[in-house]
Every structure is written in structure tokens, then in C-alpha cells.
Design a protein around this ligand. Structure first.
Ligand SMILES: [Zn+2]
Length: 159
């Protein structure tokens, strides 16, 4: 499945959440969950600035889904995210049996930007979601949002 106009609208909200995270001193990542009827049920952004480096929005979504959705609702849900899930979040997504993922920019894109800016590699391999969770349908990136996301990450990098 390609990234549709409806997908793009949800991804734009993820970019807004990423920008809010950056403006608040966190990292520029935002995500939301849409249920099978197309309703946004939960959204969050990165919240690592106080020291818990696992506070990624995709992990919060997986945890939220455990308490608020049935297994069938989880499978029918789509998770939108400004940046592709890291392996921790991809694993949580798969363990919870959540459905499709749509991301604006890939981990490979982010990794290439960081290298270009002279930043060190992160502590976790930037594996594609499907190497961690092969059963999850994944779509992305969305070239329409690449420049905006690159700029948010560039601001965070301070370069
Ligand atoms: Zn993550």
C-alpha cells in the first residue's frame, strides 16, 4: 500500500508533534494511533529530556494499546510516526499485535543525516522495522515531509 493523502494528513500531525517535542527540549519525534474506523485514538511525542531515554512515542502507543484496545482493534489500527520505529519500538509494536505502520522518514535517512552532520552513531542499530517485526505492514517514507523533518533534526543536532 502506498502513502495516501489521508496518510499524509496524519503524518503532518506527527510532524507537528515532533516540532512540539523539539520546542520543549525533547527530540523531534511524534506519533499517533488511528483505529480501524479512522479515528485518532492516541498521540504522543518524544519525552526523553528528563533522563528516561526509552520514552519514545511509539513505545507509549504500544503500552497504551494494551489497556485501551482489544486484540482485534490493535490489529486493525495504524500507527503513524514522524520517524521510523527504532528496534525497541518495533518490537513493542509487534509484541502487542498492532497493525500497519506509516512513517515520514526512515531510520536509514536519519542515520545518513546524522553521519553527514558528524554525529556519532546511536547505541541501538538503526534496523528497518521489518527486520525486527517481519509481519508488520510498513509504508514510507513520505518525500513531501522529508525537508521539514530534516530541518527539525538539524536544529536538534545544533549544526
Ligand atoms: Zn523507539
Amino acid at each position: 500500500m502506498a502513502v495516501t493523502e489521508e496518510d499524509l494528513a496524519h503524518l503532518r500531525r506527527c510532524v507537528e508533534l515532533a516540532r512540539e517535542g523539539l520546542d520543549e527540549g525533547d527530540e523531534p519525534f511524534g506519533s499517533l494511533l488511528v483505529d480501524g474506523s479512522g479515528t485518532v485514538r492516541f498521540e504522543d511525542r518524544n519525552r526523553v529530556k528528563d533522563g528516561d531515554e526509552t520514552r519514545h512515542p511509539e513505545l507509549e502507543i504500544a503500552r497504551w494499546s494494551a489497556y485501551h484496545l482489544s486484540a482485534g482493534e490493535r490489529a486493525a489500527a495504524t500507527v503513524y510516526t514522524s520517524g521510523e520505529h527504532c528496534p525497541m519500538c518495533a518490537a513493542a509494536h509487534a509484541w502487542m499485535g498492532l497493525g500497519r505502520v506509516v512513517y515520514a522518514v526512515s531510520s536509514a535517512q536519519l542515520t545518513a543525516w546524522r553521519a553527514e552532520w558528524g554525529l556519532p552513531a546511536g547505541p541501538v542499530l538503526p534496523l528497518p522495522i521489518q527486520e525486527v517485526a517481519p509481519g508488520v505492514p510498513v509504508d514510507g517514507p513520505a518525500p513531501e515531509l522529508e525537508e521539514e523533518m530534516r530541518e527539525l533534526h538539524r536544529r536538534k543536532a545544533g549544526v
